[in-house]
Write a new protein. Structure first.
Length: 105
């Protein structure tokens, strides 16, 4: 039995945009500021390449704006999604029917 599986990717967070949290209450927050830090990719190498990693996200809760900016972890925010592609998978074993496709969980 064939089934279709949609592959989505996360869009980057945008300052000033509202997002829903993964809290049980599903609170809404507005991103106030994002702080980045450089993280080394190749350690102890001459060609030390680094990329930016989110260190802290400051948000303002929509229900309590008087609290001001509060720190919230990136994995507590529901990102906006972007459609990548749709593939066919087996309905029983959940493996892709095309050998060249891998599913990332």
């Amino acid at each position: 039995m064939r089934k279709k599986h949609t592959i989505l990717s996360d869009l980057p967070l945008v300052i000033g945009k509202r997002y829903q949290t993964k809290f049980a209450t599903g609170e809404w927050v507005t991103i106030h500021d994002i702080q980045y830090t450089k993280e080394s990719v190749l350690k102890n190498q001459k060609d030390d390449k680094s990329h930016l990693v989110i260190q802290a996200i400051y948000v303002i809760y929509d229900k309590c704006p008087n609290l001001g900016p509060c720190v919230l972890d990136e994995n507590r925010i529901i990102h906006d999604k972007k459609f990548e592609r749709e593939i066919e998978i087996c309905g029983k074993c959940k493996k892709p029917l095309d050998e060249n496709v891998e599913i990332e969980e």
